[in-house]
Ligand binder design. Structure first.
Ligand code: FE2
Length: 368
């Protein structure tokens, strides 16, 4: 590996099993300089050890190699362990990596380590069996997180495949993510909900993967049977995404993005505020984007024409009137990316997360 640090493999040789990759532990300098810790605590297992002598090296390694556990000193060394811990835990790309902090024996420093975001701590003098048990537990946790991330990456890939299958929608999901985030920010949604909205932008129509091409791309109007099939896509999408707990906040968006305020929508005929708020937000953005972009069977409306049509639909009882009022006030037609900087930053941050999911999957594949 091209790090300015040494990589050593310790412990028993890795089992000669296909695709077996020993867990990689990244040590902060204060511990790497302590041969007894490595010898007594880690050498009983088969691990790959990476040593970072500075904060810069630590983050350089995190950006270039799959790491399963980070062990940092909290005090008694020149290495800024707690600062690194805070930085790791405040970055979406690294927040799920388990961090173990070696503290002194004082309760205050243990509290300090946990407050900095550490997943666990090891009081000194280090008890070998306790340390090994905690390390194994954190590695099990990391392994479970990896499996979730891989499943999530596969789902997003599938959602993109659905979008690319329909060549007429262009970058609909990207635009939808931005529009939804802007509305979400305007109504003061919490960060978890904003993240769900962004993900919903990609995943809301994932159920269309089960709709035959001759229905999905039919140039003319659908007959009754075809409509019946098309209307199953929210429930199909929910079924696909249901097993993944990490995106459970997105499920109401997937299921309810075709409901109408007056109860005439599908699949459940929900009315008014029975319709989950996030689904209502995504729906407004979805309809606006669909109206203002061309399709083979229709030309794009101008922003003013689209908003006029959406107001007519609101007057008919189809849309949430308060949400429509907020959407109109955002002037989506004169979308100024600078004015919507918060939304753009949130979108960039989530894009980075998505890129990280795919990158960590490919790093992992190349390491096995
Ligand atoms: Fe849909």
């Amino acid at each position: 590996m091209k790090h300015m640090t040494e990589t050593i493999r310790i412990g028993a040789p890795a089992r000669a099993r296909k695709n077996f990759r020993p867990a990689t532990i990244l040590l902060g300098d204060g511990l790497a300089g302590n041969p007894a810790f490595v010898k007594n605590v880690l050498a009983m297992e088969s691990y790959e050890l990476l040593r970072a002598h500075t904060e810069g090296q630590l983050f350089e390694i995190l950006n270039s190699a799959p790491v399963d556990l980070i062990i940092l000193p909290s005090s008694g060394s020149s290495f800024p362990g707690l600062d690194c811990c805070r930085r790791i835990k405040s970055d979406r790309k690294t927040e799920l990596l388990p961090v173990l902090v070696v503290t002194d024996g004082e309760v205050e420093s243990q509290i300090e380590a946990l407050s900095a975001g550490a997943d666990d701590f090891l009081p000194q003098p280090v008890h070998r069996e306790l340390a090994q048990t905690r390390i194994r537990a954190l590695l099990r946790q990391k392994s479970a997180t990896d499996r979730l991330e891989q499943t999530e990456a596969i789902l997003f890939t599938l959602a993109k495949a659905v979008e690319h299958r329909d060549k007429t929608t262009g970058s609909h999901c990207d635009r939808l993510g931005l529009l939804s985030l802007a509305v979400g920010l305007e109504i003061g949604l919490a960060e978890d909900d904003l993240e769900a909205l962004y993900r919903g932008g990609y995943l809301h129509d994932i159920g269309k993967v089960g709709i035959p091409d001759q229905i999905l791309f039919k140039p003319g109007p659908l007959d009754e049977e075809e409509w019946k099939m098309m209307r199953t896509h929210p429930e199909r999408g929910e079924e696909i995404c249901k097993p993944l707990r990490s995106i459970e906040r997105v499920l109401p968006i997937i299921r309810s993005h075709h409901e109408r305020w007056d109860g005439s929508g599908y699949p459940d005929g929900l009315k008014g505020t029975e319709i989950p708020l996030l689904a209502r937000v995504l729906q407004v953005a979805d309809i606006y984007d669909a109206l203002t972009n061309p399709r083979p069977y229709k030309k794009a409306l101008t922003a003013a024409e689209a908003l006029e049509l959406m107001q007519q639909e609101t007057a008919r009882g189809w849309r949430d009137p308060e949400l429509m009022r907020i959407f109109m006030n955002l002037h989506p037609g004169s979308l100024d990316m600078n004015a919507w900087r918060d939304a753009r930053e949130m979108q960039d941050s989530l894009r980075n997360l998505e890129a990280h999911l795919l990158q960590s999957q490919s790093l992992r594949e190349s390491a096995t």
